[in-house]
Design a protein. Sequence first.
Length: 98
Amino acid sequence: CKNNLKQFGLAMHNYHEAHRMFPLGASLRTGSSGGGDFFASGIVMMLPYFDQANLSNLYDSVKPWEQQAPAVARTVLPIFACPSNVGANPINEPALAS
């Protein structure tokens, strides 16, 4: 797990080097109703820096997140899975935020 955190930090710094800023928490665009439509998280923006350029290419930046291809949404990124937690599937794990 510690190595994954190091790789995440390295990816953040590489993103910063390329864009002169850290990734946004989310990318919003004004929708037809005048409200903001959620298009991508900072994680999506960082996919190429996680060695996930192919997955990044599958993400359609014109569509809102809920209209993305299921294969994109179901992909478990190795950087977010602790290698010592064998057999765990993060897709089936509940997640809470405060």
